[in-house]
Design a protein around this ligand. Sequence first.
Ligand SMILES: [Zn+2]
Length: 388
Amino acid sequence: MTERLYLSDPYLRSFRARVVEMRDLDGKPAAILDRSAFYPEGGGQPGDRGSLGGVHVLDTQERDGAVLHLVEKPIGGEVEGALDWARRFDHMQQHHGQHLLSAAFDKVGAPTLSFHLGERTCTIDLDAPLARLDLEAAETAANDSVWRNLPVVARNFVGEERARLPLRKEPVKGDRVVLVEGVDASPCGGTHPARTGEVGCIAILKAQRWGEGKSRVEFVCGSRVVQLTHEASEALAGAAEALKCAPSDVAQAAARAMADSLSRRKAADGLLADLARLEAARLRGQGDPVVAKVERGAAFAKAVAAAIAETGGTALIASIDEGRAHLCFARPKGPGPSMGAILKEALALLGGKGGGSAEFAQGAGDGEKLDEALALAARKIGDRAPSG
Ligand SMILES: [Zn+2]
């Protein structure tokens, strides 16, 4: 059995140990040591990383009570262990911040169901509906516990002493309790700082409904608050520059720009439709069916074809965009040749794809044989047009 050094000293970041066994975990070599400061994933806290004898430890897991260090290659003998301390300390900040936040929610009747410490943010799931949560009050209470810099006791509690503890939840295993006198007592096997102040601060990012009568609260602690603040400032500054306004005016400026763009698009759509009708009328003068190539892209070709069909004509309209041909075939409603079938034959020449109904079909293919494809389609319309 591995002596778990992190339980008595969560600040231990290097140690010497002996490899007692190499195992296999999901196809990767895993070392078992006689003693280790590496925390194996559990209780919502990820497993530690670092190195053993200079070999990378990619993850630390627990299986049947054994602490497995997943290493890049097999190791043996005496090794020097070194933790990725920045990562571990970050986990200590997040995990202890979670205890303080869960304690604050617990006091107002919102017990914590589970905790997840993610790569970027953390979440707790609470057994209370979103509407009943006062996020600001819980955040303030939790930060108050941080800033009072209270001692954190993490050790085994048994017998009388344990019986007196107002435990926030039922223990899963073992007798270890993380205690902040007057604030929280929670069974936990994780790594915690010596004083609450080391959490730095706690920021709730958002909360959402999470199943019937439950909610999920997303938060970050310590250095992650600094990191996310920088990211948010940068994003805001970028948006402000693009919108040519002060960062504090971004929301209003973005709303204005959005409304403006929407009305311009509506106007442009209207103009394009007018232009399509004019183009359709001009092309109708050339006879029926109308076979034509238009500028301004596939949407315009579609509008022209629709306008021709609306006025009783049959349209075989194409537009070319970067060597690609877009075809739009249309005819008036009622009996007549199938535009979908004819389009498929034309597109077969272009190696393209598309489809539609008997009255309207569109698709795209390689533009090289476009003239040939349009001529073929025109012939098919001629063949299938009702005689007389
Ligand atoms: Zn915990």
